[in-house]
Design a protein around this ligand. Structure first.
Ligand code: FRU
Length: 530
């Protein structure tokens, strides 16, 4: 393939703006007639920073891997307001009265979003008669206002049990998620409010509710560790997502979630803990798709952070989305004594998009890996997309506190090998490390918030015996973004990184700090070519 030089380093399988600025994903929905996924996003086509008038950009995808640009779906008519974040629903039964028989029920898209003006933030609706490419504003907008400049990001779902539309919307600086219901998407009734849960930070943004199946086993009461078959009447839980910015534990922006029950009126968490949807620095404003196929829970986040997202060294575009993730609920061994219910994330990638899967390297003989580096360079030139699987065991009796017992992976650029990502695991502290600071771009070291070194507290996913435990990570790298899924997705860390133009990763090195500590069960890397 050949690349447009102005688009160097732009991710290929993560949605990006054609030019200009992108933030939150908006209005994610699946058109089951044309079998097409729609993604809108906060878009400033005029500059590479956020500015008014912010509009809804539009992307579509057949396979959730390649995103086609579909222009601008809707925009305010002046320059001092913004069409802020919101959602899209499919109004199959024409509850809104916006449609007639000329619009296929599966394409009756209605957008519910925040209209931001200097005076207030109010919720508006708009409908599409062309399958989501353009929207007509409802003449009696707004449909919901609260006399506030801090009232935004409506996410609407269909609540099957009560046959109502349910909206979650943030009263951002009161730390409230207000829950409204409606039968027609126009008249909204306040049902309840979730107030001051979890990490508060400066404000709440982009809330959302999703129904997700419970695992087939549940925890036996009174025991931390035993699971028993799930015989409860409810096979589902409800997950409440809230985005926090600034003030996230890892700095800046992050997404937290709570698992509980929702009866159409009130959300009741099952437990008190706050959980992070992603442990990295670049995962914000997560939203789920309306009408995800097969009852799945698919969602996308903005792969950036308000701490530095407007300064990152890319031009003439800034930011991308994360890959689409499929979320499920499962028990996670958080430490040797406790299991907790947790969301597990799996990336959605359609491998049919790639022309060749042949450029694979599988390292063998790694059980005898010594402190000597094991190096491999790909023979084909890289387009910047690669994935790897690394599974390793640690023998805890084979090192002491004097040792730096690390397993270290370096992923180097092909044009300039002085730029590399360093990833690995330090047995002494049971943590995975990520170092994105080895770049020749000074910005990386000068920006005070672009944290170069990050960690993920890892638990084994399996124990061979008391001394030997096993861990694994799947990584997918797409030019300037890396998503790491640990232990089949119980923990994820999503982080951008910035190398020089065309310096796509094209070699890998694996090394250990001490012999006899690690047993590498699998290490395979493959380059993906579009
Ligand atoms: C979150 C956010 C939303 C708002 C949008 C404006 O990143 O601040 O609360 O609707 O971005 O672009």
């Amino acid at each position: 393939s050949s690349f447009n030089t102005t688009q160097d380093n732009k991710p290929l399988i993560h949605a990006t703006p054609p030019e200009g600025w992108m933030n939150d994903p908006n209005g994610l929905w699946y058109d089951s007639k044309d079998e097409l996924y729609h993604m809108y996003y906060q878009y400033n086509p005029n500059d590479t920073v956020w500015a008014l008038p912010i509009v809804w950009g539009h992307k579509t995808s057949k396979n959730l891997t390649i995103w086609d640009d579909a222009g601008i779906a809707m925009a305010p008519t002046d320059t001092i307001t913004g069409f802020y974040s919101g959602s899209v629903v499919v109004d199959y039964n024409n509850t809104s009265g916006f449609f007639n028989s000329s619009t296929d029920p599966r394409q009756r898209a209605v957008a519910i979003y925040t209209y931001n003006t200097p005076e207030a933030e109010v919720q508006c609706v708009a409908y599409s008669l062309d399958g989501g490419y353009s929207f007509i504003q409802y003449e009696s907008n707004p449909v919901l206002s609260n006399n506030s400049t801090q009232f935004r990001d409506p996410k609407v779902i269909w609540h099957e049990e009560s046959q109502k539309w349910i909206m979650t919307v943030a009263k951002t600086q009161e730390y409230k998620v207000a829950i409204y219901s409606s039968s027609d998407l126009k008249d909204w009734t306040l049902e309840s409010e979730v107030e001051k849960v979890g990490v508060l930070g400066y404000q709440y943004e982009c809330p959302g509710l999703a129904k997700i199946s419970l695992p087939d086993v549940v925890l036996e009461s009174g025991s931390n560790n035993k699971t028993i078959p799930n015989s409860s009447s409810s096979k589902d839980a409800w997950v409440l997502f809230i985005s926090i910015n600034p003030g996230a534990p890892q700095g800046g922006s992050y997404v937290e979630y709570f698992i509980g029950d929702f009866n159409g009126t009130v959300f009741t968490p099952f437990s008190r803990e706050t959980q992070a949807l992603d442990d990295g620095k670049d995962y914000y404003a997560f939203q789920t798709f309306f009408n995800s196929p097969d009852n799945s829970t698919l969602g996308v986040a903005w792969a950036s952070n308000w701490q530095y997202g407007q300064y990152v060294p890319t031009y003439p575009w800034r930011s991308s989305m994360s890959l689409v993730r499929n979320l499920t609920l499962e028990y996670f061994q958080a430490n040797p004594e406790s299991k907790i219910l947790k969301l597990k994330s799996q990336p959605v990638i359609d491998y049919d998009c790639f022309t060749s899967n042949s450029d694979v390297i599988k390292f063998s003989n790694l059980s005898s890996l010594s402190t000597l580096d094991s190096i491999y360079s790909f023979s084909n030139s890289s387009e910047g997309i690669l994935e790897f699987n690394l599974t390793w065991s640690v023998n805890s009796s084979s090192y002491d506190n004097h040792d730096f017992a690390d397993l270290s992976l370096k992923l180097r650029g092909g044009l300039n090998p002085f730029e590399y990502l360093r990833l690995g695991y330090l047995a002494n502290v049971n943590s995975f490390f990520i170092d994105r600071g080895h770049s020749t771009n000074n910005w990386v070291n000068e920006n005070p918030f672009y944290t170069n070194k990050l960690s993920v507290n890892l638990q084994p996913f399996d124990y061979v015996n008391d001394e030997i435990s096993t861990y694994k990570v799947y990584g997918i790298i797409d030019r300037n973004i890396m998503e790491l899924y640990f232990n089949d997705g119980f923990q994820v860390s999503t982080n951008t990184f910035f190398f020089g133009d065309y310096n796509y990763i094209s070699s890998v090195e694996l090394s250990v700090g001490k012999d006899g500590v690690f047993d590498i069960q699998e290490f395979s890397v493959r380059q993906l070519h579009l």
